[in-house]
Design a protein around this ligand. Structure first.
Ligand SMILES: CC(C)(COP(=O)(O)OP(=O)(O)OC[C@H]1O[C@@H](n2cnc3c(N)ncnc32)[C@H](O)[C@@H]1OP(=O)(O)O)[C@@H](O)C(=O)NCCC(=O)NCCS
Length: 452
């Protein structure tokens, strides 16, 4: 991971640390459901993942972890000399959820299931309990909590095959989970559930994660996947749940991820804002996805109307297309693609069906913040969109303890006054603000809003 790209490794990563603050503010108090494949628990990177999850919890993210355990069950079965039995699922036109095969869970394999479950839970509890000095876990207090939070129903008999104790998610006890998250606990969900008769069922962990994210109204569902490490620049990095996607139209490089993509699309279509598929094997991939503008994995966006969110580098071309006609008209200051890439962590966008329809930047100068580059696509004007963006930025500026928000504009002074801003003298600009000669030539005027 190259989080310190502009500095030598022995320098303190000051710039990077500062650039993460908008992301820290955005993520604080939000609910993330994070799935870890069974294979990732056996990988060397598992302990790094635990460190990064601990950091997220300390930054105020409400965490629900969901683990797979297919290899763990297989290894318990191998000890008993029992061959695992799976039924392949037929290819369908729509991206499917779960995995490409379903285990037949006969009563004889329940002891192996229980044994794998106990061992995996112990592995988690032990990893989150480490706190030796001089390790990233030093002084860290994260309490994991697991229990009977998932109600299951049998998968039943299909095409004449009895799947035994294989089940499906029937209900997630979301209220209970929310109360535990309120207490600051990290909730661990396993791929098992109990029926109202108390029977144990073996579930697809991907489905448990997806249903938990939907029922809890999670901000993000993140799949830490062992096959995601090859998603690099140049390949598909973003999919909108609003676009018509079928198993056939998925780019070939995403084939190994098609089932988790199916789960992600399902989650987005049921209210989860964003899903991410990130490598479970690359050290730091999760933090890079959440705290850098470039990210590291595949993003599946709900494409929901009226989303206002922090921009990422994936939005640079959309922002440029939106502001270029206004730059050409002299309404907005010129910003090249490189400028936008450099400043992207300051930008917020309004998004509709995956397109940038509005944008604005928020740049902090101590207790003051500048609202800049406000623009709304002409097709979406006069419907309150700019007002909505400004309200979002006011909230964000207050969240960052700013007491004043200001804007420089050549033609929209009246509009800013209607939003509650008042004209001000340019000498009220913060000293560190570079009011460039290009701004002087443009005759920009200053408008300020006191935040309370
Ligand atoms: C200014 C701008 C962001 C407003 O976007 P919007 O989404 O249409 O704004 P809202 O829907 O919240 O407000 C619309 C109202 O503001 C009025 N309005 C729009 N631009 C205005 C301007 N420059 N001066 C005064 N009023 C303006 C509209 O006529 C409309 O009024 P109405 O409701 O009485 O019809 C948009 O016109 C734009 O992108 N302009 C070019 C870029 C710009 O000037 N940015 C500001 C400099 S940072």
């Amino acid at each position: 991971m190259n989080l310190m790209s502009n500095q030598s490794s022995n320098e303190f990563p000051l710039d990077w640390l500062r650039q993460t603050s908008p992301y820290i503010n955005t993520h604080r108090g939000k609910t993330f459901v994070i799935w870890l494949s069974g294979a990732s628990l056996n990988h060397d990177n598992f302990l790094h993942l635990v460190h990064d999850l601990t950091l997220l919890s300390h930054l105020g993210v409400r965490l629900i972890l969901v683990h797979g355990m297919r290899p763990q069950i297989d290894s318990e079965l191998a000890k008993e000399g029992i061959a695992p039995e799976f039924i392949e699922r037929k290819a369908s036109n729509q991206p499917e959820t779960g995995q490409n095969s379903v285990r037949i869970t006969e009563p004889a394999i329940l002891p192996a299931l229980r044994s794998a479950l106990g061992k995996v839970r112990c592995q988690f509890e032990s990893a989150f309990s480490k706190g030796l000095p001089n390790t990233p876990m030093s002084g860290a207090q994260v309490t994991l909590c697991s229990g009977n939070f998932v109600v299951a129903r049998p998968y039943g008999v299909r095409a004449g095959i009895d799947y035994g104790h294989t089940g499906e998610v029937r209900k997630i006890r979301a209220n209970t989970i929310n109360k535990l998250l309120d207490l600051g606990l990290v909730v661990l969900l396993s791929p098992v559930g109990y029926s109202p008769t108390g029977e144990l069922f073996n579930l697809h962990s991907e489905d448990v994660a997806t249903q938990a994210a939907i029922k809890l109204g999670a901000e993000k569902l993140i799949f830490l996947h062992d096959k995601a490490k090859d998603i690099t620049d140049g390949l598909t990095r973003e999919i909108s749940a609003k676009s018509p996607i079928s198993q056939q139209t998925l780019p070939i490089e995403l084939d190994p991820l098609k089932f988790v993509i199916g789960n992600s699309l399902n989650a987005c279509r049921h209210g989860v804002k964003r899903c991410h598929i990130v490598s479970s094997q690359q050290d730091g991939a999760l933090l890079k996805e959440l705290f850098t503008r470039d990210g590291s994995g595949l993003l599946i966006d709900s494409g929901n109307y009226d989303t206002i969110r922090l921009a990422t580098t994936r939005d640079v071309t959309g922002i440029k297309a939106l502001i270029q006609p206004l730059i050409d008209e002299g309404i907005l200051r010129d910003r090249s693609l490189q400028d936008l890439e450099r400043e992207i962590h300051c930008f917020f966008i309004a998004e509709r069906e995956g397109s940038v329809i509005g944008c604005a930047s928020l740049t902090q100068f101590g207790l003051q913040a500048e609202l800049g580059c406000l623009a709304v696509d002409p097709d979406f004007r006069a419907s309150g969109k700019a007002s909505e963006i400004v309200q979002h930025l006011i909230k964000e500026a207050k969240h960052r303890q700013c007491h004043t928000l200001f804007a420089l504009t050549t033609r929209s002074g009246d509009w800013f006054q209607e939003q509650g801003f008042t004209p001000d003298h340019l000498d009220q600009l913060p000293p560190e603000h570079s009011f460039t000669s290009s701004n002087l030539n443009r005759g920009s005027k200053l408008f300020t809003l006191t935040l309370n």
